[in-house]
Design a protein around this ligand. Sequence first.
Ligand code: NCD
Length: 307
Amino acid sequence: MLKGKDIINTAQFSPQELNLIMNTAANFEKQVKDENIIRNMEGQVVATLFFEPSTRTRLSFETAANRLGARVITVANPASSSVAKGESLADTIRTVDGYADVIVMRHPMKGSAQIAADNAEHPFINAGDGAGQHPTQALLDIYTIRKEKGILGGHTVAFVGDLKNGRTVHSLGYFMALYRNKMIFVSPKALRMPEDISADLRSRGAEIEETEDLKKALSVSDIVYVTRIQRERFEDPAEYEKLKGSYIINRALIDQAKKGITILHPLPRVDEISTDVDEYEGAAYFRQAHNGLYIRMALLALVSGRV
Ligand code: NCD
């Protein structure tokens, strides 16, 4: 169903494809835990091109490729590639396409994922395109919600933080709409969810509320998805200084939230979740990061037709 396909954004998926991805991830999770040797991608080469900083996304993609028996070629630092010499994205991708069987890329420019995919014959996976989309993160987010909550739909989900620049919430919003979850967008006015995305989600039937009142949102939410203020997207550092620390979730706040609330965060966190929350049993963000491995194994295997 996904063989040869590019992964660009979350609006592209059918419910059948999402089920396939999550079930494949669950199978790989079991196989890794059973210490099975997995050879689905033996003989294949996966390229990971990261033109923006990353810890989890790059390392989990590379671990996924390694666990599947593939080999990895990587650009972890743009200064070390010919992009630093002024090479165009199209030319870089055309070149890498001649070496690798699957290309994974993160790039600071919104829209770069589509440009790259258009220049590659092999399957291309978007690992974050600027303030655009981050579909593989949203896939691991719903995989985590399914594991933590048992079901994917019918929840009230608060999105908190930098909803303007955060690509993770842009991507996850589409899945939340698809599975009929109510969304509460909590942000400072300057960092509201872009109007075009809210309108698109509403046109898909999503129920959305917007507020600046975090405490109130937490009192009615089953899940809170916290995001970092995206410092690197600010033109004016003073504006970042003004907005950082707008919302900080600490243990006292969680103790007043809806009982059983699940806390998600794509990570890295700066100061938006205090470390005293980490011991709370619904604090799922490190489990969430771990789940990324299985989702990325599933994606690599599916797009390369090796399932
Ligand atoms: C996110 C990203 O890169 O968009 N990180 C990640 O992939 N887990 C979130 C962020 O950087 O704030």
